[in-house]
Every structure is written in C-alpha cells, then in structure tokens.
Design a protein around this ligand. Sequence first.
Ligand SMILES: [Zn+2]
Length: 256
Amino acid sequence: VRGPLISIVTLSVALLASFPRAQGTLPPASPTLVPPSADPRAIVIDPGHGGDDVGARRMGSDEEGTVEEKTLTLAYAQRLRGAIETRLGLRVILTRDDDRAMTADERAALANSHKAMLFLSLHANAAPSPTVSGAEVLYAKFDEARDDAPSDALRPLEMIPWDRVQARHIDTSARVAAMLEETLRARVTMGPHPVQQAPLRGLVNLNMPAAIVEVGYLTNAEQAALVPTEAYQALVVDAIAEAVDRFRNTVDQSAP
Ligand SMILES: [Zn+2]
C-alpha cells in the first residue's frame, strides 16, 4: 500500500505546484496566450526506471555481479547533478533521488511544475544482439497522421492535448539531441543509431525541450563492464554537462 500512496501524494504535490496562483491570488490578465516562461536556470534530470522496474539488466557471474539499469541511471544522475550545479551554476531537479518506482506521467508532472529549461532522461540500453554497443540519444516523435492540425508551436498551450505538449518543443529537442550526440561522440563510442526519433511515452507530456541519453548497452559484455565504472561515468557526465552548457547559452541569447 505504501508505494502507490506515496506516488499519489507526490503527483498531487507536483500538480498543485504547477498551479501556484490558484491559491488566493488571481492570475494576472494576459492579453496573449503565451505559455508560462521557462526558468532558464533549472534543469530536470530523470534517472530512468526505479523500484520494481529495474530496466535492462545483465546477470553477471558472482564475481562480476548483476548490473541493473535503475541503479546505474541513479548513479549517473547524481553525478551529473553535481557537475551541472558546480560547473554551470544551474539548479538541478532529479525526478527521483532514491530507488523508487515512478510513472512517466509523474515524472512529466514534476518536470512541468518546475518549468525547467531542459529535461534529460538517463537510461542504459538493451538489444537482442550482444554485439550491439555504444551510446545513443533519442527525442520524441509524433504521429504524422495528425500533422494537418494547426502547428502545436503556434497553438495556445491549453488547447494542446496533454499527450502532444512536447510537439511544440520538438525543433529545440532535436537541437539538444544533436548537441548531446556531438559532445558524447568526442568522448565515447556511439551506437548504431547515434540520434534517433521515437514515439516515446516518457517524453510526449513534457512542456520543455527534452532528450534521452542511453549511456551504453548492458547486453554487450564489454559495455556491461564499462558502463558502471567511474571512468566511463565521468566521460558521459562531462559530455552531457558540456551539451547543457552549450544549450544554456543558446537559451540565454534568445531571452529578452
Ligand atoms: Zn531504460
């Protein structure tokens, strides 16, 4: 009972936090329906999986130990938070800071309530073939059958279906993904699809530029040994921090 209860409370708090003006004061009259402005100093880092959802895993021998994606993503996220806060001076919000289950909607509600300038989700990959290896970057893709609708980038936020909120940020998300691919490629081996678009449930509800970094393939023996190491973590964290810094500068320049 405890798990779901905590999840509901967390979600309620996140939802309440996204409507801070609803309590007591009236919202200011807005002549245009522009979305609430993003906080250029806040970034959400999302360690994939957690709790019962362990994600990809490699069953090792007693010596090697078992490698679970949910543990790796949290370690990477905590390390990345340190790098971004100290080197870039940005505020980092983790969707989870311990081993707990969270739904995609809970993660999105939390991220949206903080109006962060960027959402980065961290994962480790798995493939049927053990030879597939390398880091990869993903961003959202939307059903083209609905592309005859008015452009989401031009529509008022409240008229966009909840599951298409990310569509208005898709060009920026593509830029973020390209920056991540570039900074990762300079440090680590890239996978067969270095940057790809996919209809990802975890990204569609996000009202900010967003991308997923798959740090490596746990189904590849060499990478399953490499990905948990301090040295590899440091390379990936460096790469992501550099991409965030580049992206932050483009956001600052377009700000008034
Ligand atoms: Zn994953």
